[in-house]
Design a protein around this ligand. Structure first.
Ligand code: LLP
Length: 429
């Protein structure tokens, strides 16, 4: 459920009319809903807390929910989640800095990622992040060297590649044998044993993330059972394992699907697998918290009608603003902000970019639309603005956060002068 609803025939974000925001800020613009972010966080919090014995370990706060910052890294979105007690899953120094700037304490920040530089590892150690998820033997060697130079021993988890991939598209699967992420089971065991022997890392647990937009719990359950087996093997070898980072990945209803696993089913499955293991779980949801908490509002530039009947709805949002359809053939519902009466028709939804891949959808059945109308792409709060660019010299898309009837521009669209100012001319030109 989200808080984007038609009120008196006009689409609102909570109590704020999207047309008012579009008039004031211009289009395209991402609009996020505080109430929806809060609702999603609380639903997951409650679902996880319902299984405190199995998922909370010895932590007084219960399992950690660490928002995957990559899904939506706007500082006001992060600050909204920080106020709720949410942590952060980060994959770069920039993301750690953002999480800190938004008020997320270091001891709730997990540092993941397949290619962390020495400088980033050093920064994470200095910051005192909760844990560094190590993804390879080569990385462990570098981390030990960096930590030794600081006489530190940061907490680490070893990311296991369980050879079980899943997800909504081949390009967002991470747990398969040929995916670059994590360490295969046997190597992970050896790595953990090796890390335990080092004075400069403190292995605390394992991590696992097999993919994104997962709509079937079975592959996740199989992966977590594999991880449980690794914990038991490690403990039998005398290694301490107190934390399990179960990653993110739970899918959301982009098509209005009603048959997806619920958040409660997901938490119950995790609890079933971890029951009796006495570990503290961590969750790294990105899409689950943010996707349906955001829309991308755009204006129809014109409708191009061909003699053969094909109709292109040309929008002022392009693939530079919302990359998901071009990258992963992703589906985003498009709805008019103020629906008109009349017969629905078929449209191809396209942006203004000079690329054939700048197409959001073919043959979409939509209520009648005209030049100047406002439309909204739904479920655009995750992996939307974060993937945007200024391709074709289009100013970076603006972002707005709504809370009840109030709203604020939380990333202004840059002016052209501001864009040029970022590119100082070479002195000889
Ligand atoms: N943890 C790790 C280690 C991850 O790599 C990811 C996402 C997450 C957590 C969060 O996953 P989520 O809960 O959002 O599924 N740009 C793609 C999705 C890429 C996901 C990458 N990793 C898309 O727009 O579909």
């Amino acid at each position: 459920m989200n808080h984007f609803d038609l009120i008196d025939g006009a689409l609102h974000a909570e109590g704020a009319p999207l047309s008012e925001i579009a008039e004031a800020v211009g289009t395209p613009v991402y609009v996020y809903s505080t109430a929806t972010l809060t609702r999603h966080y609380n639903l997951l919090r409650q679902a996880v807390d319902a299984h405190r014995d199995a998922l909370g370990g010895s932590s007084k706060d219960g399992a950690l929910i660490a928002f995957a910052v990559k899904a939506n890294s706007n500082l006001s979105v992060l600050a909204t989640l920080a106020k709720l007690g949410c942590g952060a899953d980060t994959v770069s120094e920039g993301e750690i800095r953002r999480a800190l700037a938004a008020g997320i304490p270091a001891d709730r920040i997990i540092f993941s990622g397949v290619g962390k530089t020495d400088a980033e590892l050093a920064f994470a150690i200095e910051t005192g992040v909760r844990q560094i998820n190590v993804e390879s033997g080569a990385e462990l060697d570098r981390l030990i060297a960096v930590a030794a130079a600081k006489d530190a021993a940061p907490a680490i988890a070893v990311r296991v590649n369980p050879n079980i991939g899943a997800g909504g598209h081949a390009k967002i699967t991470t747990g398969g044998a040929t995916d670059k992420f994590g360490v295969p089971v046997e190597e992970a065991i050896a790595l953990y044993v090796r890390a335990t022997a080092s004075a400069h890392v403190t292995p605390v647990g394992l991590a696992c993330h097999i993919g994104s937009q997962i709509t079937d719990l079975a592959p996740m359950e199989a992966a977590f059972r594999t991880i449980r087996g690794v914990v038991e093997t490690l403990r039998a070898r005398g290694c301490a394992v107190t934390r399990l980072d179960l990653g993110g990945g739970l899918g959301v209803p982009y098509h209005g699907q009603t048959d997806l696993p619920s958040i409660a089913d997901y938490a119950a499955m995790c609890a079933r697998v971890l029951d009796g293991l006495e570990v503290e779980a961590a969750f790294e949801p990105g899409r689950l918290l943010a996707a349906n908490a955001g829309v991308l509002v755009s204006r129809v530039i014109q409708v191009n009608e061909r003699a053969d009947g094909r109709r292109f709805l040309v929008l002022d949002a392009g693939m530079n603003d919302l990359m998901r359809p071009a990258l992963y053939d992703a589906f985003h519902d498009l709805v008019p902000v103020t629906p008109r009466e009349g017969e629905a028709g078929l449209y191809d939804l396209v942006g203004p970019i000079c690329e054939s891949t700048d197409i959001f959808a073919r043959d979409r059945q939509l209520a009648p639309l005209q030049a100047g109308d406002l439309v909204a792409f739904l479920s655009a709060g995750a992996y939307g603005a974060v993937l945007s660019s200024e391709y074709n010299s289009r100013p970076l898309v603006a972002e707005v956060l709504v809370d009840g009837e109030r709203w604020a521009v939380v990333r202004p669209r840059p002016s052209y002068d501001e864009m040029w100012a970022r590119e100082p001319k070479a002195e000889w030109l």
